[in-house]
Design a protein. Structure first.
Length: 494
């Protein structure tokens, strides 16, 4: 009669089995179905792999039964809620999800997520879609990945945008909004999702969300981690949607509406960037720095330069210490900091010695290297320079480019100083990209009196000894396979 599942003592000692779920579902008793599924969900709340409990085939059968319940008991909120609760658990891993990986099944869940007047159940259905969307974005199947821009997800996202816009609970606690914001983030990763989100003014909705969350994340001891997580998701969504304005995309000029939006965002970004330098805020500040690179120049000027430089340097130091160039996400983590710090160094001359000192430390007792390898004190990962220099030869072209540009600016565009501090082995790729190898023989590059940008001051011609030393270095690098020196005879053949 189903009463056993309502007994806390018995439930604790008798886990709900797949056979019991099947029996109760086949009975058709709505109360028993709801209580049995809720018991299963409660018992397995901390489980990441339902297939480990019921088996892979059993998980497929369970999902199929749950989808039928969502459709056939649509008028019974208790049954639909409990079915969605177990579906949420099933969608935590990508194993045995075939029954739900179709638009028809997704539409059934989306219908619950967008149904008015049943917030508790709609919340649970939204969490199901969130977990499914995360699995689909990781899928190697293009057909499965494409489902994230199917109408069920798009309609659910639009519903979420409207809910976030109208939600008054943010003023007290934004934690419950995390799954909603996360769903928007995952759907806008695809072009169709981004376009639909923009149609519904998602950027202004999220800008307002960031502003309303500021009192809830303000450096107090009781700042909510889940509210911070929701803010991070909002920042990531804004980053994706404003990429056309930034240096990693077309860098087009902003419209008047975008200028107004970015002015609002710059104020919100400063609030979160200037939070105390504590570990609990690190992920949040990483997200702020990432979002900042897409702000147009006219709004970047609203940031106080010294305070911004200090904050970004602290973020950058933490990123370097916890990232390596072998990490899959090193590009996303570090390039925003490279870009922002390089922009500051380029635009504010007095910042260059600060950044240089941050990277290389006190150079009073500097020990020069052999000209090819970095100086001894910068080898290994014990210093900022030791952590940063390897990115200059990273196989990812963006990483090697932006890391070298930062050091180039910190060295005040002096090829000799850059070589002295990094070694030609690390600096060679940068000089090659700049087309400077041919010029190096006509400029001083030894002992810190090096090359400058094309529009910089004219340097004295190198001495015969300096030119010979440069050529010897280039020949050693060429033999080591680090560079290819194009000689005049080679150019004539080309």
């Amino acid at each position: 009669n189903g009463t056993w599942v309502q007994s806390i003592g018995v439930c604790a000692s008798m886990p709900t089995s797949m056979d019991e779920i099947t029996r109760v579902i086949e009975s058709g008793n709505a109360a028993d179905i709801a209580s049995t599924l809720c018991a299963f969900a409660s018992e397995n709340e901390d489980t990441r792999h339902v297939e480990g409990i019921v088996g892979e085939e059993g998980k497929e059968q369970l999902i199929t039964k749950l989808l039928l319940l969502v459709e056939s008991f649509s008028a019974n909120e208790d049954v639909v809620y409990s079915a969605c609760e177990v579906l949420r658990l099933c969608a935590r891993s990508d194993v045995s999800l075939k029954p739900v990986m179709c638009e028809e099944a997704l539409q059934s869940i989306a219908a619950v997520a967008t149904k008015a007047g049943e917030k508790k159940t709609a919340d649970m259905a939204t969490k199901v879609l969130l977990n499914l969307c995360a699995q689909m974005n990781k899928s190697a199947s293009a057909e499965v990945a494409a489902l994230t821009t199917s109408e069920p997800f798009l309609s659910a996202m639009v519903n979420v945008i409207t809910f976030v816009k109208e939600c008054t609970e943010i003023n007290e606690n934004a934690s419950p909004l995390f799954p909603y914001i996360r769903l928007i983030t995952l759907v806008v990763l695809k072009e169709e999702g981004a376009a639909r989100a923009k149609e519904h003014d998602v950027l202004n909705v999220l800008a307002s969300f960031l502003e309303r969350c500021q009192p809830l994340v303000s450096g107090r001891a009781d700042d909510s981690p889940m509210t911070m997580a929701a803010v991070i998701e909002a920042l990531r969504t804004i980053y994706y949607l404003l990429m056309p304005l930034g240096p990693l995309d077309e860098m087009r000029l902003p419209t008047d509406d975008e200028k107004e939006l970015c002015t609002r965002l710059s104020a919100a970004y400063q609030h979160y960037l200037f939070l105390p330098s504590e570990p609990r805020y690190q992920s949040l500040k990483n997200a702020v720095v990432m979002a900042m690179i897409n702000l147009p120049a006219m709004t970047v000027e609203l940031f106080p330069p010294e305070r911004t430089l200090e904050a970004v340097l602290l973020v950058f130091a933490h990123q370097l210490a916890h990232t390596s160039k072998e990490d899959d996400d090193c590009v996303q983590k570090l390039i925003p900091s490279f870009v922002i710090l390089t922009s500051i160094a380029t635009g504010i001359e007095r910042s260059r010695p600060i950044i240089k000192h941050f990277i290389f430390g006190d150079l009073t007792n500097f020990q020069a290297g052999d000209g090819v390898n970095p100086p001894p004190q910068f080898k290994g990962g014990d210093t900022i320079a030791g952590q940063l220099l390897p990115y200059m030869t990273c196989i990812n072209e963006a990483m090697s480019h932006y890391s070298a540009e930062l050091i180039w600016a910190a060295c005040e565009y002096d090829a000799g100083e850059m070589t002295r501090l990094c070694g030609m082995g690390y600096a060679a790729g940068h000089f090659q990209r700049k087309g400077m190898f041919a010029e190096l023989a006509n400029q001083s590059g030894i002992g810190g009196a090096g090359a400058v940008p094309a529009d910089g001051p004219t340097r004295r011609p190198p001495t015969e000894e300096e030119a010979r030393e440069w050529m010897e270095r280039l020949e050693r690098l060429e033999k080591a396979g680090m560079v290819k020196v194009v000689r005049k005879s080679d150019e004539d053949k080309q």
